[in-house]
Design a protein around this ligand. Sequence first.
Ligand code: PLP
Length: 482
Amino acid sequence: MFDGDTFRATGHALIDLLADYLDKNLQGKGDVLDWQAPQEAIRHWQQPMPYQPTLTPAGLIAALQDEVLAGTLHIHHPRNMGHQVAPPLPVAALCDLVAALTNQAMAVYETGPSATMIERQVIRWLGELVGWQDTEGVLTSGGAQANLTALLAARQVQARKTDPDWDAWHQGLGRGKPLCILVSEHAHYSVSRAAGIMGLGTEAVIKVATDAAGRMQMSALEAAWQQATEQGITVFAVAANAGCTPTGSIDPLQEIGRFCRERNIWFHVDGAHGASALLSAHHRPALDGIALADSVVWDGHKLLYMPATVSAVLFREPQHSYAAFAQQASYLFQGDSHAEEAYNTSYRTLECTKRMMGLKLWAAFSLYGAERLGQLVDTVFASARAFADKLRTQPDFELLMSPETNILCFRHLAPGLSPSTLNAHQAALRLHLVRSGQFHLTQVELHGTIWLRTSIMNPMTGPSDLDALIAALRDAASRHQH
Ligand SMILES: Cc1ncc(COP(=O)(O)O)c(C=O)c1O
């Protein structure tokens, strides 16, 4: 079971298999997805518990090929443009193998010395891109957990500001005034979940209207704050989007940052999707004001081209990196952030055992440099703009808005269909394309209208793929109408 030679031989065979799989997908050979209904797919996975071996190592490689890889959504395929999930850099996947084999628990420094140092290094690099010095924070398993971590810290710090004796972590919520968070109407659902988990109730997340470009309206933010204040509710945080999930829109960070500073409110930026625009000289200005944030969330497995999962929670004030889970630690390390104890990651994170997540980011930055990684962002943002330009000239398509990032919402217009039938039409087109295996795309409902949504994550997605998408949608529409 632990034999190194078997590992070597199986590993070489596995790398050969995966390299072929990668090449095939990058070249767009075959379908994006071999769709099988789950009720059908589950029949295969009803084998009895193998009390004795059922596979040899060679049989495992064959099963991976025939049963596992065959049933994957082919993430590197240029016609995969559904979700905001990166086609990962292959070298980053290799680093994940290192993380798996070495299995550094990371809760305390001695259970992952190099893993701890690499994570701190990566956090400082990301902080530098935000515009901060000596940033502290933590890598978490996903943006949802990262948002929870940032908002827990926000609540702790802000509750104390309303009452110096209020320690929300230890005493709970009963002691102080009610708290709420203001967010864009397009905020990711993980913000509401965080409020639920924190015991604030999801109703404590107050949605602020956006403009036609999907950006939070300052007048609506001001009005929401005014209303909460008049009702005796303390707005402890404003969570802005740097790349919201449905449309990729970036909230006016500079203005929201100033708004928060003036009122002493915690400013959180959910940059899970769009913070990677900081790597691009061209798109960086769209994030002006991000450095005013108290906390920033940034997903590696989106536009940093990492395998899932790796998300960063970054804090402008290093001390705040302890505020979410270990309030006493913040006193412990006051004035001595280099105390040996401060290198124990567990003070900063929900997770106890934690994967070595920083290695793949460290390797990618070191091998390619931030500028080349930024070019990947430039490429996919340019593809989304080119696709928007194309759609604008097609009379049978409607564009929701010009894309600010790489997410684009549009719909197919079929003459004579009522608004509700038009909604069903988009859903039917999407299902047809996904189940036929030609494309993977998603849909989103905004104010009662269903839009098709592409998230162009793959730098290999080119104009011919986007032309083919338009053609496939028209073809599906003609079948659907008959
Ligand atoms: C803006 C935003 N925030 C948070 C998340 C949650 O991130 P994760 O899927 O890494 O948990 C997403 C996911 O798509 C997102 O788009």
